[in-house]
Design a protein around this ligand. Structure first.
Ligand code: AP5
Ligand code: MG
Length: 203
């Protein structure tokens, strides 16, 4: 199994790049933001509770997202690996993820961390807010709250994986294609040969 964390602040391009990575390498994309928005649109109890936090730009409680991730990992026993997008976002989530993977006798292979300046992030999110329908995208003070949560609680997750020498920083400004090429170089270096063969056959 090859497991990758795509890390970075809100609006840094995690979702955009995830789509390209899964297309090429066939990993299972796991975005906690997308999973939570799906719960909201289905008006589940979990979604209704999570929305209260998301609308303020705050993180949803750890036990909620850890439970969701655990369910999806269990539901995909045969996949060639996971691409985690927007998870883990706290040290507690990182520790829980390590344990869940250990239970499956695998690990995180690499964390690729997108670096994008704050001004660029705010502009990108406001632009998307014109059409995305995301309630946390079109209000600058909520965007700032998301960035503050990232600095206060999420940046430490990179330190967690840095102690195992698993973090690679990637310049996240430029064209989508340029950034994808930089990410892909790091993935190809590490992905096991068997999985590279499978993804080439799928091309
Ligand atoms: P989530 O959905 O994860 O949002 P986010 O991390 O805040 O980031 P985005 O999804 O907005 O950005 P992105 O990095 O995916 O960038 P994208 O590719 O879309 O989380 C939302 C909320 O859910 C959180 O605030 C929290 O409440 C809750 N939540 C989620 N996970 C949680 C967890 N684990 N624990 C607790 N709570 C959790 O790009 C952004 C825009 O930029 C797009 O319009 C895109 O087209 C554009 N763009 C992309 N690349 C480029 C480029 N190179 N140049 C110019 N524009 C670009
Ligand atoms: Mg996203």
């Amino acid at each position: 199994m090859f497991n990758l964390i795509l890390f970075g602040p809100p609006g840094s391009g995690k979702g955009t790049q995830s789509a390209k990575i899964i297309e090429k390498h066939g990993l299972k994309h796991l975005s906690t933001g997308d999973l939570l928005r799906s719960e909201i649109s289905r008006q589940t109890a979990l979604g209704i509770e999570a929305k209260k936090f998301m609308d303020k730009g705050e993180l949803v409680p750890d036990e909620v997202v850890i439970g969701m991730i655990s369910t999806v990992i269990d539901a995909n026993p045969t996949c060639s690996g996971f691409l985690f997008d927007g998870f883990p976002r706290t040290s507690a989530q990182a520790e829980a993820l390590d344990k869940l993977l250990e239970f499956k006798k695998c690990t995180i292979n690499v964390m690729l961390a997108l670096e994008v300046g704050e001004e660029e992030i705010v502009q990108r999110i406001l632009l998307r807010g014109k059409t995305s329908g995301r309630s946390d995208d079109n209000n600058e003070s909520i965007i700032k709250a998301r960035i503050k949560e990232y600095k206060d609680k999420t940046e430490a997750v990179a330190d967690h994986y840095r102690q195992f020498d698993k973090v690679v920083m990637i310049e996240g400004e430029g064209t989508v294609e340029e950034i994808f090429e930089k990410l892909d170089v790091e993935i190809v270096k590490r992905i096991p040969a068997k999985e590279q063969e499978a993804s080439t056959l799928n091309d």
